[in-house]
Design a protein around this ligand. Structure first.
Ligand code: TYD
Ligand code: MG
Length: 525
């Protein structure tokens, strides 16, 4: 790009800005030049396209259902600002010019580069911004390593779940990082809160770094211009729904704005190598303004989840260009922000668990979520003599029916005359077959009125013949049980040998071939 053409573009950009200023009535001298009026007139032309709010598929005409994902009635009108030459500078181009004009141009931008040249002299493992500390390493694990320079990370989640808190803590860590040769600026831009409000929050989170800069703005061009002299180590935008790009149709939070702002930030991140963390709200309807449409544009999508009445927060990668999506971060919201949970496997166990020595119908199963294992409690209640019915919560009813039938037919339990209630504690939905043995054990315990000691866990799938089958990641599950100090773990016979070889001191591994063996082992008087 030549110097003169660059200057022309900057001139165009200035006009573009003035044009917006005139329209808003904020022109300094009130005079509108004839060329500016020309811009004003040509601005009106824009291309209409239809974009699916679920998958982001774009089409030139309206369809009743999306041709990509087949969802009905999801196509929304999208006004694309027309790109052109001369005076007709669109908002998209303008943002690009604003970014490009002050950036050192990379030599590689002129054409394709050989892979070996790109990677030469660069250690890809250190090509990341490390996040130190306990909290930092938990976020790092979810990201598949540190923050990749030039990447665009989207943190989505329901309003109030703790996104701003999480990202502010991450910003504090990056700003303070000693691993990168000492502190460096990080800019936290909020369109939702004033700098004082963020300041109060940062105080509560005990972030005391000198290098965290706060800025309250919603204009993307203004933001990029203002942070220019800081050349920060990372940029945070809270939230994508509050920022806008001048010259692009629609109000902030609308599809057009959200998409164009994200694209502008993506270009900014890629040209400057500054990583950007975006916050995005998901609304209940999964509306178009939510981050759904953005998932295609950004490099990493993390979702923050949390139950309303629980202080635990889960951070889950949904898309990750630099790592696995098979991770799960577990945090706890406290008075002073998010903290790492020391024993995440236990978070779904009830606190009164020590009393369950006296409670029949409780059994512990081990489930996997991503690469993490969790212990969960299964409750069963068998009531004889009442009307025969089944009430199942948290387990697929077809799976529960199968297990009950196998108990009747293959283990000889007289459950026919019973009403059976099944429940998974903490409101989790059990989708794995690894919980089968625990379900069967809970039913037996209630039916026989024989409490299962609270230091036994069950892992395994049940077949129609009543046989116990192995499930994926047996070792990992058993390891979790052992770590939590359980005394006995009931596993399928086929898996017993390989697990016993791992040597778990203080925990007995009991291999059972079928349900009868489980009953004989656990419920012996
Ligand atoms: P916030 O990060 O503002 O959520 P989001 O950005 O996703 O809308 O967090 C909101 C909740 O977090 C709020 O209800 C209060 C709670 N919170 C704490 O419990 N402790 C804290 O230290 C902070 C900062 C927030
Ligand atoms: Mg927020």
């Amino acid at each position: 790009m030549g110097l003169s053409s660059n200057r022309n573009e900057i001139e165009d950009l200035k006009k573009e800005n003035r044009y917006v200023g005139v329209r808003k009535g904020s022109s300094v001298n009130g005079a509108v030049g004839s060329r500016d009026r020309a811009v004003f007139r040509t601005k009106g032309k824009s291309k209409i396209s239809w974009v699916c709010e679920i998958c982001g598929f774009s089409s030139g005409q309206w369809w009743g259902s999306c041709r990509a994902c087949n969802e009905v009635g999801t196509l929304k009108q999208f006004l694309e600002a027309k790109t052109g030459s001369g005076n007709k500078v669109s908002g998209i181009e303008a943002s690009e010019n604003a970014v490009r004009s002050w950036l050192p141009q990379k030599p590689g931008e002129s054409g394709p580069l050989r892979l070996t040249d790109v990677n030469r002299g660069m250690n890809l493992l250190t090509w990341r911004v490390p996040l130190s500390g306990l909290f930092g390493s938990e976020v790092e694990r979810v990201l598949g390593g540190g923050l990749v320079p030039g990447s665009l990370v989207l943190v989505g989640g329901d309003p109030g779940v703790g996104k701003s808190t999480l990202v502010l803590q991450v910003a504090g860590i990056i700003a303070d990082s000693e691993d990168l040769g000492g502190p460096a600026p990080v800019v936290y831009v909020s369109g939702e809160e004033s700098v004082e409000q963020i300041g109060i929050r940062a105080d509560r989170l005990e972030i005391g770094t000198e290098e965290l800069y706060l800025y309250s703005s919603t204009d993307i061009e203004d933001i990029l211009r203002k942070i220019q002299h800081l050349s920060p180590r990372a940029l945070i935008i809270d939230s994508i729904q509050t920022v806008y790009l001048k010259g692009v149709a629609g109000s902030a939070g609308g599809l057009t704005q959200v998409k164009e702002c994200t694209s502008a930030l993506l270009r900014f991140a890629k040209t400057t190598n500054i990583p950007i963390i975006l916050i995005g709200h998901v609304n209940k309807a999964g509306d178009i303004a939510g981050p759904r449409v953005l998932e295609h544009i950004v490099d990493v999508v993390l979702y923050m989840e949390g139950e309303k009445y629980s202080s635990h927060r889960l951070l889950r990668p949904v898309k990750n260009r630099f790592g696995s999506t098979d991770e799960l971060g577990v945090f706890e919201m406290s008075q002073s922000g998010l903290a790492v949970v020391s024993n995440p496997s236990e978070i779904f166990l009830t606190e009164q668990h020590s009393d369950s020595d006296f409670l029949a119908g409780l059994a512990v199963a081990v489930i996997m979520d991503g690469s993490r294992s969790f212990l969960i409690e299964i409750q069963a209640l068998c009531v004889s003599g009442s009307s025969v019915s089944r009430h199942i919560n948290g387990i697929q009813s077809s799976r529960a029916d199968m297990i009950i039938s196998v108990l009747i037919k293959q283990a000889g339990l007289m459950l026919q005359e019973n009403a059976i209630f099944l429940n998974v504690v903490s409101g989790i939905m059990l989708t794995e077959t690894a919980g089968d043995v625990a379900i069967a054990a809970a039913i037996c315990s209630s039916f026989l009125e024989f409490p299962i000691p609270n230091n036994i866990a069950f892992i395994g799938e049940i077949g129609l013949g009543g046989e116990l089958r192995s499930v994926p990641r047996m070792e990992k599950r058993v390891l979790t049980v052992a770590k939590l100090g359980y005394k006995m773990c009931v596993v399928p016979k086929s898996a017993e040998k390989s697990i016993a070889n791992l040597g778990f001191e203080g925990m007995e591994i009991v291999g059972c071939k079928n349900l009868k063996e489980v009953i004989n082992t656990v419920f012996k008087a």
